[in-house]
Design a protein around this ligand. Structure first.
Ligand SMILES: Nc1ncnc2c1ncn2[C@@H]1O[C@H](COP(=O)(O)OP(=O)(O)OP(=O)(O)O)[C@@H](O)[C@H]1O
Ligand SMILES: [Mg+2]
Length: 738
């Protein structure tokens, strides 16, 4: 407690301790945002590590959260576990094709759910030593695309060590008891919050709160969102506006800034100019960064996953310090970092999904937004406001959100697409060696617990048939075994369907195998993300690109629009669109240029780079497995090029730390084409290259070798250090999508 720096326990923390969490009892703690759930996990982890010599695995859904927890746990790394041996804390995320053996030496391991899944697939030996596992934000089980991973990871950990202690932390949900029964854990549900919350709905100049009170909001703008925000700021609060999309988050920031500019007192401006300056001098200069800096001048900012991690950090710090008054953010912030504000405005209670249309958000999601309202120690209460356009809508929102209870959590493991990779992994890791064993493993999942084990059995049969047909799994008598191909696919952490596409493509070849061949091949797999769809008017341009490269596809190309082929051709163009964005990226089109021409969202390139780099790694590995030696060099080089966004000629240069696509181009244009050229250069030479400052020049010399003269060294030391170029990738490592 003292180490954690708190005087007294919050009530949910007391409840958890009374329930025996420090005596090794399993626990499901469902309690509102910011009610102090982390400390419960921290204390149980310490107890296990210090008193029983145990090992802890802390699971979080997001990379950003993993970093936050890692920092939280640092304060315990000074404690001695045994004489002379301090508690060791590690964080692992990213690379899914590794078993991270070194983690055996650590006591507390923080991981994303996906990374933990991949470690299980690599059969990391230390996992058997884990004594306590924390499943943070376990309500995520209900999310269709990522929930099943967490569910399977927990099922598997329980199978490896049935006595493992499980501590599941969740936002308030309806069926904590049911999850508790599944995990054989004591359920605790609380409504307690550190700062009281007032929930209300705005309509026509007035906020109606759920407790019956109301408040008049003065009219200053045509948009009620900003009226509400300005009112809160006048009262001395800060405002968090949740926007539906990244684009809207940026736009709302812009409008809010214009309104605030008129009312800002002078002394604030200095600090704001500082913040804007920091944004501009960090990372590659992009238009998005400029827009952010402009907004910061008006004490406003936006926050979404398309921002580089460094910019997000600046914004978060400035908001926490109270310098920024309004933050306009996408929903990821609600489930992400701890960034509260007096007033939370939920600008829309609807979401849009392509092919599905508009639908209302869940009460669970709404409550998570609300959870960000109220800063402990600063605010006496927090406010969460929905915006209604009609009186009926106001009634509807009060009834269905403010006064409603959050939904039940449902397992989403039943879909064949999500089940498939987990079935393969279960066989490949020898968790199940017969069909009966497979059935009984999946009978232990939450899905089987909630529905009926029989329901999953039929699906398992279909998937087995597919894996057998595609030679990922073979049957010897009763015994189920993964083939080498199957094992590798499981470890590579890709969908078995993607693996089939890659394998077949590598055999099919193309008349000319070029970079487009590979980029198109990976764009065909279900693992490519995000999926990009051609916009109106874009077909022609894509069709042209497709024709220019017609001899380069590692698959059959569907006919042009016909009655029967219309749909497949449309899909083909979507693949071409992904391939084309990547093609421009590796041919050094600027980020802004790509965004403009292809109308993709700012974060899309980042995600695309990450997923396609991964798929190219898988392509390389499969090419090796199937003996396509002649394709290996090409596939390898392309991996580097996609990771860094450069043409071939820059590959040697971007391998240097601190040198990204922009600075590598600058060095190349100045005549430095490889490491030898750089070795021959003096620091002064390097300083003459545009965009190369003293600290980078020094860093380059340290890496390539070669002499630095003493007087140059002295001169260097006296200069200011500048921030180094950040590639999209290093930023992405701390991004909040996995
Ligand atoms: N006993 C305590 N006394 C004072 N502050 C505390 C106490 N316990 C936790 N806190 C603080 O409360 C804040 C929120 O805690 P925490 O991050 O654990 O919330 P949470 O319940 O996990 O919420 P979320 O749903 O957002 O994950 C943290 O800043 C933490 O430092
Ligand atoms: Mg938490």
């Amino acid at each position: 407690m003292a180490k954690a720096g708190y005087d007294i326990l919050y009530p949910p923390q007391e409840d958890a301790i009374n329930a025996g969490v420090l005596d090794g009892k399993n626990l499901v703690l469902a309690s509102p945002t910011a009610s102090g759930k982390t400390l419960v996990a921290e204390l149980a982890v310490l107890k296990s590590v210090l008193q029983k010599g145990g090992k802890a695995l802390y699971l979080t859904p997001l990379r950003a959260l993993a970093s936050e927890k890692y920092e939280d746990f640092q304060k315990y790394s000074e404690i001695e576990k045994s004489p002379g041996r301090k508690v060791r804390v590690a964080i692992t995320s990213g690379d899914y094709d590794s078993s991270d053996i070194y983690l055996a030496n650590y006591d507390v391991i923080i991981s994303t759910n996906e990374k933990a899944d991949s470690l299980l697939r690599h059969r990391s030996p230390w996992i058997a030593d884990v004594t306590v596992v924390v499943a943070d934000e376990i309500h995520l089980i209900t999310e269709a695309d990522r929930g099943p991973t967490l569910e399977v990871v927990l099922t598997r950990l329980l199978k490896i060590n049935p006595h493992i202690q499980i501590i599941a932390l969740s936002a308030t949900i309806k069926n904590a008891k049911e999850i508790g029964e599944w995990l054989q854990a004591i359920p605790i549900t609380t409504d307690w919050r550190p700062v009281p919350l007032r929930e209300g709905v705005y309509y026509n100049g007035q906020i109606q709160f759920k407790d019956g009170l109301s408040r008049i909001i003065p009219h200053a703008d045509s948009n009620p969102i900003f009226d509400t925000a300005l009112d809160a700021i006048r009262e001395g609060g800060q405002v968090l506006i949740f926007a539906e999309t990244r684009r809207l988050a940026v736009e709302m920031g812009k409008k809010a800034g214009a309104l605030l500019r008129r009312s800002l007192p002078r002394p604030d401006r200095r600090g704001l100019e500082n913040i804007a300056q920091r944004i501009l001098s960090t990372g590659e200069r992009t238009r998005l960064g400029e827009v952010l800096a402009e907004q910061a001048l008006n004490a406003v900012a936006f926050h979404h996953a398309g921002l580089p991690g460094s910019h997000r950090k600046i914004v978060e710090e400035a908001f926490k310090a109270g310098r920024l008054k309004i933050l306009s953010a996408t929903p990821t912030l609600a489930a992400g970092v701890n960034l509260p504000a007096r007033t939370v405005i939920i600008s829309s209670y609807e979401r849009y999904e392509a092919g599905y249309g508009r639908y209302p958000i869940s009460v669970l999601e709404y409550k998570q937004f609300c959870g960000r309202a109220g800063r402990p120690r600063y605010d006496k209460f927090g406010e969460a406001i929905l915006i209604a356009r009609t009186e009926d809508e106001q009634d509807y929102l009060l009834k269905n959100y403010a006064l409603a209870e959050p939904e039940r959590i449902w397992s989403k493991l039943g879909a064949e697409k999500v089940l498939r990779p987990h079935v393969l992994a279960t066989i490949a890791t020898r968790f199940a060696t017969t069909e009966g064993g497979l059935n009984s493993f999946f009978a232990k999942t939450f899905y089987a617990f909630q529905y009926d084990p029989k329901m999953i059995k039929g699906k398992l049969g279909d998937i087995l048939a597919f894996l057998h047909r595609e030679q990922m799994v073979e049957l010897e008598g009763e015994e189920l075994k993964a083939t080498r191909f199957g094992r590798r696919v499981s470890e590579l952490y890709i969908d078995p369907v993607s693996a089939v596409i890659l394998r077949d493509g590598l055999y099919t070849r193309a008349k000319h195998v070029t970079e487009v061949s590979f980029l198109h091949l990976i764009s065909r797999t279900p693992d490519i993300a995000p999926k990009l769809y051609p916009r109106r008017g874009e077909d022609e341009m894509l069709d042209l690109f497709a024709k220019e490269h017609q001899d380069e596809y590692m698959c059959e190309v569907p006919e042009y629009y016909g009655d029967t082929n219309g749909i497949t051709f449309e899909e083909f163009l979507a693949e071409i669109k992904c391939a084309r964005v990547l093609y421009e990226w590796i041919n050094e089109t600027s980020e802004d240029g790509i965004l403009e021409v292809h109308k993709v969202e700012p974060g899309d390139i980042l995600r695309m780079v990450d997923t396609s780099r991964w798929l190219l790694h898988a392509t390389y590995q499969l090419a090796e497995l199937f003996g396509h030696k002649d394709l290996l060099n090409q596939a390898y080089e392309l991996q580097v090029r996609v990771a860094k966004g450069v043409k071939s000629e820059l590959v040697p240069l971007v391998e240097l730390e601190g040198v990204g696509r922009v600075r590598a181009r600058s060095l190349f244009n100045a005549g430095y084409r490889n490491l030898d050229d750089l070795k021959g250069a003096s620091v002064t030479d390097l300083l003459n290259v545009p965009l190369i400052g003293p600290s980078l020049a020094k860093k380059i010399k340290e890496q390539v070798g070669g002499l630095i003269k003493a007087e140059e060294w002295e001169a260097l030391k006296s200069k200011d250090t500048e921030t180094s170029e950040q590639s999209l990738l290093t930023d992405y490592k701390e991004d909040d999508s996995v």
